[in-house]
Design a protein around this ligand. Structure first.
Ligand SMILES: *Cc1c(COP(=O)(O)O)cnc(C)c1O
Length: 378
């Protein structure tokens, strides 16, 4: 059997070792150093934000952002429902209450209608959230022209969870730059990786300064290690930042190969009654994962496709299980796109994330689409 094909494996660009070597040569084997500073600058330049803070994970970034907005015990935070648990676990770290907002069919991201309903509820119940976490799912931007005015109207700050969306844009503006604070992840499966890591970006220098302080164990400026506040060990290692710098160099090439992969799937499977994650005219995806969607009346189910691919030693996955359907969050609030329609649940029940690694070759793609075609045609 051929070598296993993974969903989205790491893809080295070639220069990673050069930056790692520089870290060794200068003996900065620590959670600070030139690579960390440069990586922060380079991501900010790319995204068009003024300040960056490199961290040990994207989840750490969301945690610090929530803390910055004063989220504490008993508070409320709105969050996209169709996402990975890393988006909302930090709400629980702060002993606050998540309220989940359904997806819309057009972008698969946060539904403006559901968000408006949630705010009306919060106003009536006196449960205004301290922040709204908006996710850019699978590298696809949320509809910010619809979502941001609603949050502004109620005076609630936005955290953009662009963990999956580095390189994507909406109306020409890069994902990660829409909230007061934006977050990226460089976990092993993301479009670029530092093996594990994350970054916060913002135009608010004071906010970045405060979060950098918390991320460094809240060390007061004193020789004897003075502490007035709880702190965290959340900084990124200079070695990992070196990997990130090498990875970032060919981000655009990665996006291009991922786009070709999506086009290949759409083309090869065009005779079957399936859809793909939509990309609205006003937005450019980074094509992190291509997701196909079966019809609700189809006899073939996602797990049939996933099982068939597994027989060929190929990894594929269902769409994220909505947070409101997770046992961990069964007490949490939830607002659906419409009274009749829970969009995220439909996407979960009918979607399959297809292998989308930027190194996939045509032989592998042909094998994948052959197996899917066999299953769909059966
Ligand atoms: C990966 C991911 C995170 C968490 O990032 P880590 O770096 O793994 O902590 C958060 N939100 C979304 C949407 C993600 O995909």
């Amino acid at each position: 059997m051929q070598e296993r094909i993974y969903l989205s494996p790491p893809h080295m660009s070639g220069n990673e070792m050069k930056y790692i070597q520089e870290a060794f040569d200068s003996n900065w084997i620590a959670p600070l150093g030139t690579n960390v500073d440069k990586f922060e600058e380079e991501i900010c330049d790319y995204v068009g934000m003024e300040h960056g803070l490199a961290l040990s994970s994207g989840t750490a970034g969301i945690h610090l952002a929530l803390k910055y907005f004063g989220v504490g015990p008993g508070d409320y935070v709105f969050c996209s429902d169709l996402t990975f648990a890393g988006s909302c676990n930090p709400i629980l770290y702060q002993y606050a209450n998540p309220v989940f907002i359904d997806s819309e069919p057009e972008t698969w991201n946060m539904s403006p209608t559901a968000l408006e309903k949630a705010f009306e509820w919060a106003k009536n119940e006196n449960k205004m959230p301290k922040a709204v976490i908006i996710v850019d799912l699978y590298g696809q931007s949320a509809d910010y022209d619809a979502l941001l005015p609603i949050c502004e109207h109620y005076g609630v700050p936005v955290i953009e969870d662009a963990a999956e969306a580095l390189g994507a844009s909406y109306k020409g503006k890069k994902c990660g730059s829409f909230g007061h604070i934006g977050i990226f992840s460089f976990n092993g499966n993301k479009i670029i990786t530092t093996s594990g890591g994350g970054m916060i970006v913002s135009n608010d220098e004071e906010a970045i300064k405060k979060m950098r302080f918390w991320a460094t164990q809240s060390r007061e400026p004193a020789k004897h290690y003075e502490h007035k506040e709880v702190g965290y060990n959340y900084r990124m290692s200079n070695i990992c930042a070196g990997i990130g710098r090498g990875q970032l160099e060919n981000l655009n090439m990665r996006i291009e190969s991922k786009k070709k992969i999506r086009d290949f799937y759409i083309n090869s499977l065009k005779d079957f009654p399936i859809e793909f994650i939509p990309i609205p005219d006003n937005s450019d995806s980074n094509y992190w994962l291509t997701v196909m969607l079966l019809r609700s009346n189809a006899t073939v189910k996602p797990f049939d496709i996933i099982g068939k691919l597994e027989e060929g030693n190929i990894e594929s996955r269902p769409v994220w299980k909505p947070m409101s359907l997770q046992p961990l969050f069964n007490e949490s609030g939830f607002f659906s796109h419409s009274e009749k329609e829970f969009v995220g649940e439909r996407l979960f029940k009918l979607g399959v994330c297809l292998p989308s690694g930027s190194t996939l070759n045509e032989v592998q793609l042909n094998l994948i689409t052959k197996l899917i075609s066999e299953e769909l045609g059966s």
